[in-house]
Design a protein around this ligand. Structure first.
Ligand code: 9WO
Length: 251
């Protein structure tokens, strides 16, 4: 017996949405190379009536429908029985925010199971009983958990060994770690009267490295000072911060 590749199992009433964008580009190429696998399970296959019902009206009243715990419980148990490994995740705006660090942990494991809710959500008891971890990709509401699951899987799969060249990932770890990206430029050298910054044409690799680091720090300080606060324990708004111009993005 040999070891299985990293596998994402998704539980959804719209399994045909998968792999969707995950079948393209970097994740898609990696899937073709069998560096990871995707198993999309139709929750309706675990319904118990001939209409394949997965939802019902909420106790206590109110609008909309709630996904039934018995159907989801059977789907999870069958996936586990079939060999699905890794944490059980429920994509929800109530969840703990997804971070690069959580994506790295997930990439270090054997895979994940993602429950994609629809309607007004999932019966709370099945989340408790199966020990779901709730994960949010941001403070907004989608029509369902599927797109959020794709985001989570994409963020994780690109960190799997062999998916991105080692040189690139090392650079990402050591340099841009914790900071936003520095500005990038390519040809043409002049476009609509806008010059590429001179230093990037200099061929002076140490000056280029220093410029990029300074720019990454400046972009982070202006747009996401909270990221610097986490690194330094200081409030960066008060540490030598120039006054922003009228446009906070371009000052
Ligand atoms: C819909 C709704 C309608 C009336 C009153 C309350 C309501 N809550 C919801 C709701 O949260 N619907 C969710 C839709 C149920 C779970 C799946 N859905 C979902 C997941 N929308 N947005 C996400 C999501 C997941 C991860 N990160 C950000 C958003």
């Amino acid at each position: 017996m040999t070891t299985q590749p990293w596998t994402a199992t998704v539980l959804s009433i719209f399994p045909e949405m998968f792999p969707g964008p995950l079948g393209h580009s970097l994740a898609g190429k990696a899937m073709e190379r069998d560096l990871w696998r995707l198993a999309a399970v139709n929750l309706r296959d675990h319904a118990s009536d001939r209409h394949r019902t997965v939802d019902d009206t909420p106790f206590g009243g109110g609008s909309g429908m709630v996904m039934r715990p018995d159907v989801i419980g059977r789907a999870v148990d069958a996936a586990r029985e079939g060999g699905a490994q890794g944490p059980l995740l429920y994509l929800s705006p109530r969840g703990r925010p997804l971070t690069q660090s959580r994506a790295r942990q997930l990439a270090d494991g054997p895979g994940l199971l993602a429950l994609c809710g629809r309607f007004e959500g999932v019966d709370e008891r099945v989340l408790e009983a199966r020990g779901f971890e709730e994960v949010s990709i941001g403070d907004f509401v989608l029509s369902g958990g599927e797109l959020a699951a794709m985001v989570l899987i994409d963020a994780t799969v690109r960190l799997l060994p062999g998916v991105i060249g080692d040189a690139y990932s090392l650079e990402e770890e050591s340099f841009s770690g914790g900071l936003l990206e520095y500005p990038q430029y390519t040809r043409p050298q002049v476009w609509e009267d806008r010059q590429v910054p001179e230093v990037l044409l200099s061929g002076h690799h140490e000056r280029i490295r220093a410029w990029r680091q300074a720019m990454a720090l400046e972009v982070t300080r202006r747009r996401r000072p909270d990221l610097l606060g986490e690194m330094t324990g200081h409030n960066p708004r008060t540490v030598g911060a120039a006054q922003p111009s009228a446009d906070p993005e371009r000052g």
